[in-house]
Design a protein around this ligand. Structure first.
Ligand SMILES: Cc1cc2nc3c(=O)[nH]c(=O)nc-3n(C[C@H](O)[C@H](O)[C@H](O)COP(=O)(O)OP(=O)(O)OC[C@H]3O[C@@H](n4cnc5c(N)ncnc54)[C@H](O)[C@@H]3O)c2cc1C
Length: 466
């Protein structure tokens, strides 16, 4: 038996004898959904998580999962289809190396969401009050409070009910490889001894490599020194193991960034603020571009010109987001969204020249009132622009997660450079090739991260179940 990953051989293992039908590396949305689907089909399933708690980036996210043609959309009178979702995503991403994956994810997206809600009591609700970046109709389904921690909690409860074993503080250190197939994993538990666990199938669900400076230098050097705002577990070792076994890579230079992390709160400032009309200015009081290109693309726009920015909103936006998003209220409670009764006070909070800022807001308001594109091409500013009193949050761009990885087929099986599946090995979520284009942050549409996490997790679990 040989291994991929750390130099672990079977003879070095201290404990042997554990065996499961399905072993999953990583307890985020991808791993938990996959284990649930396989368990439902009667397979024994073990999920291994290296950190103290399950959840990874899924917990940090807003938990928004795209579904095209769900019954929740039909009930809300929204006409959607997988074909429309594919069109939307490819329009946003441009051509890339995993376009078939976009179709597979779109085609199963409604089924997965309904299965999670109906069969496993996972709380996902269609967001109808606004559309997200890259989507021509409302199709994101999220926890009621748009907090990914609740998606994780619901999935963990569903796994518990179904009889999935979840073991935390148990890093996987490498893959067991036997006669050209993956036959299990080697684990190195924080509180135990290194040992092998055999499996008929292994799913790599350990997310991407945004927490690894070395892998960023290799694939996305432009982001290697940008602040990272994701889970500590995303260190990319699974992608390297799969590559060592001959897996093809795809879209590994794509990533999701975020334009507005609330600096003092250390949490994301909801992009709903911008979608409802907030604008972002630099320290000099000038806008930095067209914010409506989306939080990921806009982060890429501003990362090279401003390490600090200010997101300005008015009472209408502030009240709406406070009513709907507890996470925003937390940022307010920390004092990170102070009020300014007029432009002069707003400029003082930002530390910029009042006349410059007044000119910036007046220009945006004029194009909003005229219903024309502003100087950057933005067309979605509402009404007569922002009205006093204003609110402002100090923000900065950050890297959230990487979007590319190993090539997979429609069953989430890892595909080798010769085009054939590597027996016994599956990948999903941030480990797998993404659907956000082949390069940079601009191809990311809202929900693309959880789309391949939930979608490929479901595909892997169902295939293993069969
Ligand atoms: C702040 C933020 C907001 C976001 N909002 C959204 C959103 O609303 N919608 C969306 O689609 N996407 C969003 N994303 C991206 C999304 O969270 C991820 O794409 C998605 O959660 C990936 O799911 P996953 O299961 O692949 O990985 P994760 O949820 O990160 O789970 C992977 C798990 O594997 C564990 N692990 C890693 N290596 C090992 C190992 N060797 N052994 C054992 N365990 C290991 C990790 O610790 C982690 O717990 C957001 C990301 C961030 C950071």
């Amino acid at each position: 038996m040989t291994t991929a990953g750390e130099a672990v051989t079977a003879s070095e293992s201290v404990t042997e004898g554990e065996s499961y039908d399905f072993v999953v590396v990583g307890a985020g949305a991808c791993g938990l959904v996959a284990a649930l689907a396989a368990r439902e089909a009667g397979k024994s399933a073990l999920v291994l998580e290296k950190l103290d708690e399950p959840g990874g980036n899924t917990t940090l996210s807003t938990g928004s999962v795209p579904g095209a043609g769900t019954r929740f959309q039909r009930e809300a009178g929204i006409d959607d289809s997988p074909a429309r979702m594919v069109e939307d995503l490819l329009r946003t991403s441009g051509p890339h190396e995993a376009e078939e994956l976009v179709s597979w994810m779109a085609e199963s997206s409604a089924e997965v969401i309904e299965w999670l809600v109906d069969e496993h009591a996972v709380g996902l609700y269609l967001i109808t009050d606004y559309k997200h970046v890259g989507h021509s109709v409302p199709r994101l389904h999220a926890p009621a409070d748009r907090n990914g921690a609740n998606l994780t909690a619901d999935l963990v409860r569903a796994c518990d009910r179904a009889g999935v074993t979840i073991r935390t503080r148990t890093p996987v250190a490498g893959l067991l490889v036997e006669a050209d197939r993956v036959a299990g994993v080697t684990v190195d538990p924080v509180d135990g001894v290194r040992h092998d666990i055999r499996a008929e199938a292994v799913l790599l669900a350990s997310n991407g490599f945004a927490a690894s400076r070395a892998l960023l230098e290799r694939w996305i050097p432009v982001m290697a020194h940008t602040p990272y705002h994701g889970g500590a577990g995303s260190t990319g070792e699974s992608i390297v193991w799969a590559e060592q076994l001959g897996a093809a890579l795809a879209n590994e230079t794509a990533y999701q960034a975020y334009a507005a992390v609330a600096t003092e709160a250390g949490d994301i400032l909801s992009w709903t603020t911008v979608e409802l009309g907030a604008v972002i200015v630099g320290p000099d009081g000038h806008r930095l571009g067209d914010e409506s290109v989306g939080y990921s693309a806009f982060a890429e726009v501003i990362a090279s010109v401003a390490s600090e920015s200010f997101t300005i909103m008015d009472q209408r936006i502030y009240d709406y987001v406070s009513r709907n998003e507890p996470r925003f209220v937390k940022i307010i409670d920390l004092g990170c969204v102070p009020e300014a009764p007029d432009v002069t006070a707003l400029a003082a909070l930002i530390g910029c020249d009042g006349q410059t800022l007044a000119g910036t807001l007046a220009a945006a308001a004029a194009s909003a009132a005229a219903g024309t594109a502003d100087e950057f091409g933005r067309t979605d500013l509402a009404g007569n622009g922002l009205q006093a009193p204003y609110y402002v949050c100090r923000t900065h761009p950050a890297l959230f997660h990487t979007q590319g990885g190993v090539a997979v087929d429609q069953h989430a099986r890892v595909v080798s450079t010769s085009g054939t599946p590597i027996t016994g090995l599956y990948a999903g979520g941030g480990v797998a090739a993404g659907i956000s284009g082949r390069d940079g942050a601009a191809g990311y549409a809202s929900g693309n991260g959880l789309s391949t996490a939930v979608g490929l997790g479901y595909a892997a679990g169902r295939h293993v179940g069969r």
